[in-house]
Write a protein that binds this ligand. Structure first.
Ligand code: NAD
Ligand code: TYD
Length: 363
């Protein structure tokens, strides 16, 4: 049995990962440390029961005492570090939280792992989950890979780059068995509807305007979240200590074309708008994001070669159709996020039990 710390397990990718670990490694003990910011939603883990194989701890990854105590209590074999402030637009409005969580939080976890794992961390792994945005912006040609120089251009990507440098430094200086993954844009179930795909699904379904930044010709390389989760598991189990792996879906698309495709999928399922117009008529070109990166694309050859990883969702249109169907079928999840009631859910689920730091004892 492995004992694994997942940070940010109530976020979009973290919740998908906790679910994947429960399903694919049912004998592992998973401890989920999450602060439950606006982006953390316990409803995304509905059905995952507290017990010997799963424990939820509400807390901040930048709290050194809490993190050290957790390492002492749980004797983790591995860390999958996902907790972060993750939205570029929010980082432009207020960068400080990004440095506090993404840089200081990562430092706190690395230091706790170093102290707990001591001189002989053999067999342990610290998987630091990062983004392709640390590499900056591409022109029409070429793709990022592990040798691409860092060139972050938003407060979000700068804070992730700072965290990556610390993770790499801990591998190099202290021999901590760190594996860094840099991944392209994810999509799929349980994504907070401030990000492009769930925002467009939600607005288009309700007949509300669809904001497309600038000319809409920016390109992202979309990766289904289930494929990201399988890459993270592979990085944990087969990643070389000190290595970086770039993870991408190999599915590039211009934003405008992506938004139009989602509109078509919704028209097919729900019919046109009450006026008879197709949903693409809701598209509005709005002022561009300051410093907007033009194109991201990833060359995942190293991950394929060394980790034996392959994405399963290769057809973006099929993945989008699956995603649209999920949001339509999970209206209650989306509504709870939109009306903020998910924030009360913690109180209802854990408040009476006085849970939080010491929710479920170790088996
Ligand atoms: P998210 O914003 O959906 O979730 C982040 C989670 O972290 C939330 O549950 C939140 O409550 C938690 N959190 C935030 N600050 C915390 C703190 N100080 N202490 C403890 N928990 C805290 O993010 P996501 O999209 O799931 O991304 C997860 C990770 O993957 C991030 O590190 C992000 O940089 C990286 N990543 C995301 C994408 C993407 O497309 N979503 C792509 C590449 C890399
Ligand atoms: P986003 O989902 O915020 O991810 P990231 O900025 O990390 O790539 O945005 C994806 C792309 O969609 C990005 O080019 C910005 C653009 N975008 C819009 O055009 N309109 C929107 O309302 C949002 C949220 C994003």
């Amino acid at each position: 049995m492995k004992r694994v710390l997942v940070t940010g397990g109530c976020g979009f990718i973290g919740a998908n990962l906790v679910r994947a670990l429960r399903a694919q490694r049912p004998d592992w003990r998973v401890v989920n440390l999450d602060k439950l910011t606006y982006a953390g939603n316990l409803r995304s883990l509905a059905g995952i029961e507290e017990g010997p194989r799963y424990r939820f701890v509400r807390g901040d990854v930048s709290d050194p005492e809490l993190v050290a105590a957790l390492f002492a209590e749980e004797d983790f074999d591995a860390v999958l570090h996902l907790a972060a402030e993750s939205h570029v637009d929010r980082s432009i409005l207020g960068p400080r939280a990004f440095v506090e969580t993404n840089v200081l939080g990562t430092l706190t976890l690395l230091e706790a792992a170093r102290q707990a794992w001591g001189e002989d961390p053999a067999g342990r792994r610290f998987v630091h989950v990062s983004t392709d945005e640390v590499y900056g912006s591409l022109g029409p040609e070429g793709r990022f890979d592990e040798r691409t120089p860092y060139a972050p251009r938003s407060p979000y990507s700068a804070s992730k780059a700072g965290a990556d440098h610390l993770a790499r430094a801990y591998a190099h200086t202290y021999g901590l068995p760190v594996v860094v993954t840099n991944c392209s844009n994810n999509y799929g179930p349980y994504q907070f509807p401030e990000k492009l795909i769930p925002l467009v699904i939600n607005n288009a379904r309700r007949g509300e305007e669809l904001p497309v930044y600038g000319d809409g010709k920016q390109v992202r390389d979309w990766l289904h979240v289930s494929d990201h989760c399988s890459a993270l598991l592979a990085a944990l189990e087969r990643g070389r200590p000190g290595a970086t792996y770039c993870i991408g879906g190999g599915s590039e698309r211009e934003n405008l074309a992506l938004v139009e495709r989602i509109c078509e999928l919704l028209d097919e399922r729900l019919g046109p708008l009450p006026s008879g117009a197709p949903r693409r008529s809701l598209i509005r070109f709005v002022r561009d994001r300051p410093g907007h990166d033009r194109r991201y694309a990833i060359d995942s050859s190293l991950a394929r070669r060394e980790l034996g990883w392959e994405p399963e969702v290769r057809d973006l249109d099929a993945g989008l159709a699956r995603t649209v169907d999920w949001y339509l079928a999970n209206d209650d999840w989306l509504e709870s996020v939109l009306d903020g009631s998910y924030a009360d859910y913690y109180q209802r689920l854990y408040g009476e039990r006085g849970a939080g730091r010491r929710s479920a004892p170790r088996a």
